[in-house]
Design a protein around this ligand. Structure first.
Ligand code: SAM
Ligand code: SF4
Ligand code: SF4
Length: 342
């Protein structure tokens, strides 16, 4: 039987789910977790793997066929490969993971064997000194070993770099070269003012237009790759030598009108936008043992009423500063990017 797609108020179909498996992280990236202290989720509140698996089944029943595991740093979640194995058995079009690669040297092989299909790896700099300045950890060499390990066992690896003016914006070409050298594709991400980015300023954003001009000046004509029907956030571009790269222009050219993504925090709160102020707590229903149909109904109602255009609305604000002030993040940690996953 043909399933009716689940569509929101702007005609956007729910297709993809990002599942945060922990809010903990072993880095402190300047654009995500720049503070000295955070309010952490209680371990008792984290969804168990069986609960995540049940939820994924419910979402799959509503039309979701792309799952991405994220965090915090997802590889910090103990026995993550067991969860991957549980999800790999489901009829999904994609099962991917986003990671900072610190622990990837050890886990790349086991994750692949457990059934993970793809990894996106965050890599903002090729310079160890900068890595330390950006993340407060000296682990750059580990990250690079993790990336090489992933490139050996996964196809379609993407390297994601948040580009910040005066921080790493002189590394576009080097990151492109490095990605090509390991058979990966690099995506340059505009610095976003998501919850948690308390040091965000518009001056630090490098707009997509400027990135493209710089690539053009260095390599020659930059041509957009035409991808009919794609709802992927990255616009992809090809250089005269055939190399392809992406730019995620969430700040200067948001793509909310095509957004098919929902998010679940590690403690089971369902958010319909990266910028949403409120979510729907699904853990109580899971722990009560509510039938799948009742949980599906709650999710359906939430998505049907969805009006989110978070990044587009932020782009309309003049004189922007950080979206969520620190005091508000402390009062409601679910507003943090590292709670709801990137
Ligand atoms: N810890 C993992 C990692 O870094 O890959 C997964 C979670 S992290 C929140 C997911 C993605 O969000 C990363 O690629 C990170 O670069 C991105 N991100 C975090 N804060 C951001 C910001 N302020 N602007 C743009 N991207 C951001
Ligand atoms: Fe950096 Fe990802 Fe950790 Fe945020 S969650 S601090 S982006 S590694
Ligand atoms: Fe989707 Fe919200 Fe991001 Fe817009 S801001 S693309 S609606 S998650």
């Amino acid at each position: 039987m043909q399933r009716m797609p689940l569509v929101d108020t702007l005609g956007r179909t729910l297709r993809s789910l990002r599942v945060s498996v922990t809010d903990r992280c072993n880095l402190r990236c300047e654009y995500c977790m720049p503070e000295d202290e955070y309010v952490w989720l209680s371990r008792d509140d984290l969804l168990h793997f069986e609960e995540i698996s049940r939820l994924v089944d419910v979402f799959a029943g509503l039309g979701v066929d792309k799952i991405r595991l994220t965090g915090g740093e997802p590889l910090l979640r103990r026995n993550l490969c067991q969860l991957v194995e549980m999800l790999a058995g489901k009829p999904l079009a994609d099962l991917a993971l986003t990671t900072n690669a610190i622990l990837l040297e050890e886990f790349a092989g086991p994750l692949r064997r457990a059934g993970l299909r793809r990894v996106n790896i965050s890599l903002d700099t090729l310079r160890p000194d900068r890595f330390f300045a950006l993340t407060r950890q000296q682990d750059h060499a580990r990250v690079m070993r993790g990336i090489h390990a992933a490139a050996r066992v996964f196809d379609g690896t993407k390297l994601d770099a948040v580009i910040m003016r005066g921080v790493n914006d002189d590394e576009l070409e080097a990151l492109l070269d490095f990605a090509a050298s390991i058979g990966a594709e690099v995506r340059f991400i505009e610095y976003m003012d998501v919850g948690g980015a308390t040091r965000w300023s518009s001056e630090t954003v490098v707009p997509r237009a400027e990135m493209l001009e710089r690539m053009q000046a260095r390599f020659g004509a930059v041509v957009p790759v035409h991808e009919p029907g794609s709802t992927a956030p990255a616009g992809r571009f090809v250089l005269p030598d055939g190399r392809v790269f992406g730019v995620i222009a969430s700040t200067t050219a948001p793509f909310c009108r095509d957004c098919d993504r929902a998010r679940i925090t590690a403690d089971g709160v369902f958010f319909t936008c990266l910028y949403a102020r409120h979510g729907l707590a699904l853990r109580p229903a899971l722990r009560r043992g509510d039938p799948a149909g009742a949980i599906a109904e709650a999710i359906t109602e939430q998505w049907r009423g969805r009006r989110d255009r978070g990044a587009e609305e932020r782009a309309e604000v003049g004189n922007r500063t950080a979206y969520v002030p620190l005091a508000a993040l402390r009062a409601d940690p679910h507003l943090e990017m590292h709670k709801r996953g990137g």
